[in-house]
Every structure is written in structure tokens, then in C-alpha cells.
Design a protein around this ligand. Structure first.
Ligand SMILES: [Fe+2]
Length: 201
């Protein structure tokens, strides 16, 4: 693979698509799905990164909690990519294309405590789920089959989000990450609530 190789980019209109949609509609739905494919691929890689980098108290619980999420989100990526192909377009699954096309930043936390990573993952899941809901709305008018696929995924993602948030929640039902706008802030707030002593940085 030459370093200067061009990144793949989804474009154009398919020469066929699923029955009942125009080729233009197929392309439109596939473009929305390509964005969700990028997000889901990014998410399962990020979850594995956290699985590897989590340390401290609750290590084993969080390390083990994340692997089934990785597997399930990979399956979601697969389903979305295959729906793009079904619609007559080419799903783009290469890392360079993902990085070039995504409009969010790379996960920013390296080795850190379990609660701190979960604080950051609260924000990660919030972003993915919000965008999935937007995609559900955007595809609903054109293609209820894609809408149904994304709706099922959103329900599963929201359950995983709850698994994460349950670690950050007080008995009064408040989230330690409330009001955090960045992963760094969420990490700090979650850590503070859990009594994590931080080295000054
Ligand atoms: Fe592992």
C-alpha cells in the first residue's frame, strides 16, 4: 500500500437499489448510513481502547463489561455496511476514509481509572446515540427498513449507555458528569465524585 494512495470516498448514484426506492433515494440513504458506519466503527475501536487502558479499582468489572459491547457494536457496523451494499452503494470501511470523513474528534483519554474512562464514555455514547436518532428521523420518510435497523440499534446503544451511566449515578439519580462538555471535563468530574486523587497537571 503506497503512502500516497487516495482515500476512498462514497459518491455517485447506484445503478440499482432496493425495489420501491429511486436510485437517488438509495444513494441518499446510503450516505446517511455511511456516516453511521463510521461512527459505529469508531465506537467499537474506542471501546476496545478503553478495555485495554482501564486501570485501578473496578478494573476487571469495566474491562469485562466492555467486550460484549465491542462485539455487539461490530455487528451493528456489519449490518449497516451490508445495508449500504444492499442499497447498491459501496460501503467504505477503511481507517483513513473514516478519519477523513468523521466530524468528531478521536477519543482523548489514555491510561486512566475505570470511573474516569466511563465519564468520557458517557459523552461518547451521547454523541453516537444523538446522531443515530437524527439518522432515524432522516431515513424514516424514505426507507422504513433502514429506519427500523437504526431504531433497533439505538435501543441497544441506549442500554449500553445506561450500563456506563449507572457507574456515574448517585442514589439520588444524578450523574457525576452532568454539564461536562468535553471528555476531559467528564473524566475529571467523574473522578472527583469517585474521590480519585489527581496529580496536578
Ligand atoms: Fe481483551
Amino acid at each position: 500500500m503506497a503512502k500516497e494512495s487516495k482515500k476512498l470516498k462514497a459518491s455517485g448514484t447506484p445503478s440499482y437499489t432496493v425495489p420501491g426506492l429511486s436510485n437517488e433515494q438509495g444513494a441518499e440513504v446510503a450516505a446517511i448510513l455511511q456516516n453511521r458506519l463510521n461512527a459505529l466503527t469508531d465506537l467499537h475501536l474506542t471501546l476496545k481502547h478503553v478495555h485495554w487502558n482501564v486501570v485501578g479499582p473496578h478494573f476487571i468489572a469495566v474491562h469485562q463489561m466492555l467486550d460484549p459491547q465491542v462485539d455487539a457494536v461490530r455487528e451493528m457496523s456489519d449490518a449497516v455496511a451490508e445495508r449500504i451494499a444492499t442499497l447498491g452503494m459501496s460501503p467504505i470501511g477503511t481507517p483513513g476514509a473514516l478519519v477523513a470523513e468523521r466530524d468528531w474528534d478521536d477519543y482523548s483519554i489514555g491510561r486512566a481509572g475505570a470511573i474516569e474512562h466511563l465519564g468520557a464514555l458517557d459523552l461518547v455514547y451521547t454523541g453516537v446515540i444523538k446522531d443515530h436518532r437524527s439518522a432515524i428521523e432522516a431515513t424514516g420518510e424514505i426507507d422504513p427498513v433502514t429506519e427500523d435497523l437504526l431504531t433497533g440499534q439505538a435501543g441497544q446503544l441506549e442500554q449500553y449507555h445506561w450500563f456506563v451511566r449507572a457507574h456515574l449515578e448517585t442514589a439520588g439519580g444524578e450523574l457525576s458528569t452532568a454539564g461536562a462538555g468535553t471528555e476531559q471535563q467528564a473524566t475529571r468530574k467523574a473522578g472527583e465524585r469517585a474521590g480519585v486523587k489527581r496529580q496536578s497537571a
